[in-house]
Design a protein around this ligand. Structure first.
Ligand SMILES: Cc1ncc(COP(=O)(O)O)c(C=O)c1O
Length: 468
């Protein structure tokens, strides 16, 4: 039970409405928003709170993003002629098949794919890595840091052969590179794959991909880049960076229609058994056996998710075109968010490589003496703010980050993550609300129930009519 306290939790806390040190006027920040950035389908969403309806402060983009409006429109247009992909000669099938392949080309441009790279449509990043894990040559050693998201950490261990070397969570870039170097120096497999995230889903820190490729190349290893948290914020160029494989998810890139991507070198993918055995993956089937297709089709068994592919392509096209505006907007908001949180007594932001590290708009923080799940619930119930709490499917990383503190440090954190549905006012609201929580605790009383923390009277009753 957490009962609201009328007295401040600390005597030194500032007023919740004046935190963050010297603050740029909100007007400046708002100006960053007026660059006519692409809108999302969730813009203007109003949610119930204990203090009445409020504009939804979406600070949870690292989990899933809403669709861009242009993406939803592209999907709507796709549905008007929707028909089978590569399975019919009717006009609608021909149009749909063509759009599916054009979507593949658009995605290839988005990631700077080489001429002979394959772009395979999957469901998610998790799906992409499971596909690649099954496609690796039998004796491949995979080297991965323990700091990765579980989807990027775990699939390699489920292989029937080949070793997996898991490096500890590094606390400096130099340590990470040195450990990688010595792990690769002692690996004697015919094939080696280094797997690394471009940006952490917990701290937002950007990993030095070029330097990792350099180390890997020195030892003849390939590199697979988890770009799930990178592509929404930064460009990826396979050809220029010499990264061998990349994976990402449409639902984190404003295209939540069930498609993801695995792209990269064709040789291992073409030599591997099909990921899903069935129609579409075959070139020929007769009494004597099966000849599997080569190319992306080999791993896209079953009727393709053309709606997801078109949505992803539409998002890629817009993001690629507006990359600079988007980066400027997110940088402005991220600076304010980070500085605002760091200035609050009792609030700690967490990072692997230290305060000066390059990051995307993702911040993990804890508040002294408050359970992270209670914090995220109070932010939702009392302020209409959406964030995530927990270990973010990156348990070893969060354990390493939080083990640094004194006795009694929390075991979970709160994560705020920015994107196109975030507004300067949302960031101000979060900073102000966190300052209030750090100083006074929640204003309502909460008890832990089967669903986590709940206020005595939860205003967030979901009574919307079903969408179908
Ligand atoms: C860095 C990173 N990699 C992989 C994943 C897995 O993505 P998905 O759930 O779309 O498979 C996530 C999801 O949060 C992530 O943040």
């Amino acid at each position: 039970m957490y009962a609201a306290s009328p007295t401040p939790r600390t005597l030194t806390s500032p007023s919740p409405h004046s935190v963050g040190g010297p603050k740029r006027p909100l007007g400046d920040l708002a100006a960053a928003c007026t660059q006519r950035l692409p809108g999302t389908t969730a813009d203007g969403l109003v949610v119930p709170t204990a203090h009445g309806p409020r504009d939804y402060a979406n600070l949870d983009h690292a989990a899933s993003t809403p669709a861009l409006t242009v993406v939803a429109e592209a999907v709507e247009r796709t549905l008007r002629t929707y028909a089978s992909v590569h399975r019919g000669n009717g006009f609608a099938s021909r149009v749909t098949s063509q759009w599916y392949e054009q979507a593949r080309e658009q995605v290839a441009r988005f990631i700077g794919a080489r001429e002979d790279d394959l772009v395979v449509f999957t469901r998610t990043t998790t799906d992409s890595w499971n596909l690649l894990a099954r496609a690796l040559p039998l004796d491949t050693t995979v080297v991965v840091f323990a700091s990765e998201h579980h989807s990027t950490l775990l699939p390699w261990g489920s292989r029937s052969s080949g070793a997996t070397v898991t490096l500890p969570v590094p606390r400096t870039v130099e340590d990470g590179l040195a450990w990688l170097d010595s792990a690769l120096a002692t690996t004697h497999s015919a094939h080696t794959l280094v797997v690394v995230a471009g940006a952490s889903n917990v701290t937002g820190e950007v990993w030095p991909v070029e330097r990792i490729v350099e180390v890997a190349r020195r030892h003849g290893a390939r590199v697979a880049l988890d770009a799930a948290q990178l592509v929404p914020h930064r460009a990826v160029d396979l050809a220029a960076s010499e990264v061998d494989y990349v994976a990402f998810s449409g639902h984190k890139l404003y295209a939540p229609y069930g498609a993801g991507v695995l792209a990269g070198r064709a040789d291992w993918l073409d030599a591997a058994d099909p990921y899903l055995v069935g129609g579409g993956a075959t070139a020929r089937v007769d009494q004597c056996g099966v000849t599997w297709a080569t190319g992306a089709a080999r791993h896209e068994g079953g009727s393709p998710n053309v709606v997801g592919a078109v949505a992803l392509a539409a998002a890629c096209a817009v993001i690629q075109e507006r990359r600079e505006d988007l980066a400027r907007f997110e940088h402005t908001l991220a600076e304010r968010l980070r500085r605002g949180l760091e200035a609050i007594p009792g609030v700690h932001t967490h990072s692997l490589f230290g305060p000066g590290s390059d990051r995307v708009g993702v911040v993990a923080f804890t508040i002294d003496g408050l359970d992270s799940s209670l914090v995220s619930t109070a932010l939702s119930v009392e302020h209409g703010i959406g964030v995530r709490d927990g270990k973010f499917c990156a348990h070893p990383l969060v354990d390493a980050l939080l083990a640094d503190g004194d006795e009694g440090t929390p075991t979970t954190a709160v994560r705020a993550s920015l994107g196109l549905a975030s507004r300067p006012e949302h960031v101000e609201r979060l900073v102000s609300a966190v300052a209030g929580l750090a100083a006074y605790g929640p204003t309502l009383s909460y008890a832990r129930g089967p669903q986590g923390w709940e206020p005595d009277h939860d205003p967030r009753v979901v009574d919307l009519p079903r969408p179908w």
